[in-house]
Write a protein that binds this ligand. Structure first.
Ligand SMILES: [Zn+2]
Length: 719
């Protein structure tokens, strides 16, 4: 669930109609001191890319000092293109309005894709300051396009016109997307309504920033440990990290536990000290909820009120209805139905897990009843006893380069792709490597760049991003995609060994890359990964399945010293351990997802977040041994911005599709079945958003998603 897709800063100007820009980026404290020089039209940040492969990003020619002036020019040119559309005296048509809008903003797209890499991979020097200037400018330009009445009038005329019936299905979908994008932002409102929406948006942006700042302040709190005897149970690596944090905080010789998930979870898993576990757990689950200056409850109540008011103004029953309308689920009811199908099964599984843990505690003579601060600790004991899987024994079989070859090989079997390393393109760091991708006929498909190693100024985690989207509107434009991760660079000549989680993540992110590379559509805003939020994680999650196919394991998961494939006993242990603790994982996630949906279905009722959370969970019969993965006062996915508001269900939704799609391969006999792979390509991987995802899926599977596959995948009973 921590895996995510990094969407490029924005798509081209055409995409502005439907997506608010960088809602989560800082919009205050603009660094006005940065001096900028005028920019020339042939500046590498703006000019069409040159070189092989239809042009490549000019990483070797970029001067960060040019970004702001180049952005100013790109925005002003995009504005001029929109002005040309609205100034057209001819009657609005698909071609002179929608297609023209899709064509626009080429310079802005190029600079955004380059700046996205500076923002995510090279965020040092003057880049943070440039972000503070650039993102508000982009947000303002986004608002300007969203509120362009002349443009909306033309889009609306096409949407309501006779031509609509004669358009191809993907063109009709495109018109509808642009039209809805405007309407959903208030284009149909009168002047007073529009003004109120703008006012609400501004206030929501401020509330989102405050929410994040409060949360960060609470996460900076530290639990200090003075005595070595309080470290019992903790592995040396965790103790070292705690000592390092203490030294950084000016108290060498002590140990510090930060109030963040990455520090708290391992502590709760391994510490033998129950009183300390409880103390640290309480601090963590009460972030943003301490009744002090950093309390988020009032912010949440106001945010929900404003979202409800805006949704009503726009003609929707609740915020949840507004948020889900353009997703694959389409209605809150559909999302709720899936969640409530899984909920009772996962709660029943938790009862079994708790019984297993209680038995371990009783056998130890611990004389306790399992509480939330005991869950991870005893789950780890059960895991060791039941599965005896030591991930350190798995690691020698997971060589970064071999895993990459395994991903390539599987993509070759599925899509006919061949990856050839190239050195004739510039890169932004010597560690970044590039490959050209060819299809079965030897034709050029696109480029794949890989930036594997951690460095200062690089986002944590792993992600996929696009340097150039595929499209056929302005030529036969081939995609350039990249995968990014944070592995530690090994010594020269030594292989980089990664964890099992990292190996899964690599296949996951590569699935996003394959979604981009397989794209074969005409219109830019329908290409590749530009699909609904509750669908976009499906191709990537599905791709994780190929890691554990015998073909990949036997050829590529080989011991770095002996070259031997992973022993079957170890493979079996990994597969068995897969379904472990699924009750806990599903329930802690669903508690958050269900509270999210209920909060956003509550309309403009006055909400006391703590009371609402408690009442919702009581009504659901949530197990008392588990707390929400994100309690309401710290639920950044839904309150730091609107990213996942009424949308946290998306992870489960995409999981359900993934499980059902994986069963299609199981039913076909193996994961390399040619016919199933062809349908996956034809109906899912290549179509982007040119058709309704539900329709594409139906073509792939011959029916709608069978959500029972998700239950089977998690080891829950299906009745
Ligand atoms: Zn993802």
């Amino acid at each position: 669930m921590g895996k995510h897709l990094a969407v490029s800063v924005i798509a081209i100007a055409v995409a502005l109609g439907s997506a608010p820009l960088m809602a989560q980026e800082p919009t205050t404290d603009v660094a006005e001191t940065i001096q900028t020089a005028p920019i020339s039209a042939n500046n590498p940040l703006l000019a069409a890319w040159t070189g092989p492969y239809g042009g490549v990003p000019p990483w070797d020619k970029i001067n960060t000092g040019d970004f702001i002036a180049a952005y100013d020019k790109a925005i002003s040119d995009a504005r001029a293109e929109i002005d040309a559309i609205t100034a057209n005296k001819k009657k609005p048509t698909f071609e002179n309005t929608i297609a023209a809008f899709e064509r626009g903003g080429a310079e802005l797209t190029r600079i955004n894709n380059i700046f996205g890499v500076y923002s995510g991979n090279l965020n040092v020097g003057d880049v943070p300051e440039i972000e503070l200037v650039v993102y508000p400018k982009l947000a303002a330009f986004g608002d300007e396009v969203n509120q362009n009445e002349a443009l909306f009038k033309r889009v609306s005329a096409v949407y309501n016109g006779k031509e609509m019936k004669k358009l191809k299905p993907e063109e009709r979908r495109l018109v509808e997307d642009h039209y809805k994008g405007f309407v959903r932002n208030g284009a149909n409102l009168d002047a007073a309504g529009k003004a109120r929406v703008a006012e609400i948006n501004q206030r929501l942006a401020t509330l989102g920033t405050q929410f994040t700042q409060n949360l960060l302040a609470d996460e900076d709190a530290v639990t200090w440990i003075d005595k070595k005897s309080d470290l019992k149970g903790l592995p040396a690596s965790i103790v070292d990290a705690m000592a390092g944090t203490a030294a950084e905080k000016g108290k060498p010789g002590k140990w510090a536990v930060l109030n963040t998930r990455s520090a708290v979870d391992p502590f709760l898993t391994y510490s033998d000290n129950r009183a300390l576990r409880e103390k640290i757990w309480r601090a963590f689950v009460n972030r943003g909820d301490n009744g002090d200056a950093e309390d988020n409850n009032a912010i949440i109540a106001e945010t929900l009120k404003l979202r409800a008011e805006r949704s009503k103004l726009l003609g929707y029953e609740t915020y949840a209805h507004w948020a889900i309308e353009r997703q694959m689920a389409k209605t809150p009811d559909a999302a709720m139905a899936l969640m409530m199908k899984v909920w009772p099964k996962s709660v029943a599984r938790v009862r079994e897990e708790v019984a297993d843990m209680q038995a371990v505690a009783d056998a130890e003579g611990a004389k306790l009843t399992i509480e939330p601060w005991d869950y991870r600790y005893y789950a780890e004991k059960v895991r060791t006893a039941k599965y005896d899987l030591d991930f350190n024994k798995v690691k020698p079989y997971l060589q970064l380069d071999k895993l990459r070859e395994g991903m390539f090989w599987a993509a070759g079997q599925l899509y006919g792709f061949k990856f050839e390393p190239i050195s004739d393109v510039p890169v932004f760091n010597p560690d970044v490597k590039a490959w050209k991708v060819l299809n079965a006929d030897g034709e050029f498909v696109g480029l794949w760049y890989f930036d594997p190693y951690a460095r200062a100024g690089k986002n944590s985690g792993a992600w996929m991003t696009e340097y150039r989207g595929q499209e056929k509107l302005t030529g036969d434009i081939k995609p350039i995609v990249s995968n990014n991760s944070n592995f530690l660079k090994g010594k020269p000549g030594e292989p980089v060994l990664v964890s099992w989680d990292d190996a899964e993540t690599m296949f996951h992110e590569f699935g996003h890359a394959l979604h981009g590379l397989n794209s074969n559509v005409k219109y830019p805003s329908q290409a590749g990964t530009n699909v609904p939020r509750d669908y976009v994680e499906f191709p990537s999650q599905l791709n994780e399945h190929w890691l554990t196919t015998p073909e990949v394991m036997n050829q590529f998961l080989v011991h770095y010293e002996t070259g031997e494939p992973m022993p079957q006993a170890l493979v079996d242990k990994i597969n068995n351990a897969n379904k472990f603790n699924q009750g806990f994982k599903t329930v802690e996630y669903l508690m958050s997802a269900l509270v999210d949906m209920n909060l956003h279905l509550a309309g403009d009722a006055d909400i006391d977040p703590d009371a609402f959370e408690k009442a919702t969970l009581d009504e659901l019969g949530a197990p008392k041994e588990i707390v929400m993965r994100h309690r309401t006062p710290q639920f950044g996915h839904i309150f730091a911005g609107e990213g996942y508001a009424a949308g946290y269900y998306s992870y489960l939704w995409a999981d359900a599709i993934t499980a059902d799609a994986a069963e299609a391969f199981v039913e076909a006999g193996n994961f390399y079945d040619k016919d199933t792979a062809k349908r996956l390509h034809d109906d899912i991987m290549s179509v982007g958003d040119s058709i309704d995802p539900a329709e594409g899926y139906r073509k792939f599977r011959g029916r709608d998603v069978d959500t029972s596959a998700l239950l089977r995948d998690r080891g829950f009973p299906v009745d």
